[in-house]
Design a protein around this ligand. Sequence first.
Ligand SMILES: [Fe+2]
Length: 397
Amino acid sequence: MTIPIEFSSQFIKDHSPPEEQLFQSFLQSGEPYTSLFRNNPWLIPPDAGKPLEWGSGAYWDTTVARKHPHWKKIELPVPTRDLHQMRRDFVNWGFCLIQDGLSAAQCDRFRARLFDQAEGERLAGVEQRTPTGQYVNTLINKGQIFAQCIEQDPEAVQAGPLIEHFLNETLGRGWICHSFLANGADPGGQPQILHIDQGPLMPWITEEAPALVNTMFIPQDIHEGNGGTLLIPGSHQILIEAGSGGPVGKMPPTIQLEAPAGTIMLFDGRLLHGTGVNRSSELRFVATMSNVKPWMRTQENWALSVDPAVLASASPKLLHRIGMQALTYGATVEGFGLGARGRVGEAVGDTRPFREAADDGSYLRVGELSPDSSLETLDQPFTLRSVTEQARRRASK
Ligand SMILES: [Fe+2]
């Protein structure tokens, strides 16, 4: 077969000088990290092959704000139940702390289930090890309390209604859960590289508002001794000022988060942060539930991973939150969901029946058809056909 010369790989290569390729100076800029490391070499992550350095001013070698020479006279966020204060803290510093976001009983239940799960996964040999410590992934399958947290059910997380409202404000209604997992800072672990959670969007910074907001559940006291999360308060503002693709200058120093068990931290997807170093002998976990726009690809592939039993008992709200409520520009299945608005309980976007059909082995996809197809082929019980009919019936009720 002869194809026109213009479509050959060599021809394309010969006609693609770097200076002519589109958008490359922006997309390949490596910003904001390129300038961040150039102007703040103390933010360069440690060499995993060498012992951690202390005393040389590296980002992991810090303390809590109230003891930090740079920060101790500055009013940084402290746990509060004042929503007005939370809004100010979030905008000014990139994070806010909800006091008693989990009640004492909720916190005990959360911590007990999480620590048991972590130990069980270690015993089963299925634990996920990271340089900072053990991760416990896909919490939705590992205890009812975690599914309830994704729903922000006040039974499991008393600050749920406030968190939902805050996420509606900051992300816009219809946001979904990106993932919900527990991050361990194990004794002797490495610090995490300081990063922003909406990093995959870089070099876009989304100056006007975040594209991701994280909800960090703190089920045990965290402090400088046990790997309190590292943060640069206000770093999101420095990135915003630099703009998408712009170079950043000097950063103020990191702090380690200090917060009592039961606190929930909300933080902006543009805030520089990372897991701290645990210098105690005890395990330390926090659990992060990040949240994104409903059309974004989620970190957790919920459609595949959620346990059938969890799915069977999931409320319309939980289904929506794990991205199983399709909308025109996201999560459609064989076109089912085009035209849907991504609303909770919306029949014409409910993709759960496809997953259930896949689980029971009956999912029949529409494949190659033509005018020459036999009647038998055309009349197959395509899952799309039955799901669409059911959804139309539900929608018309
Ligand atoms: Fe993060």
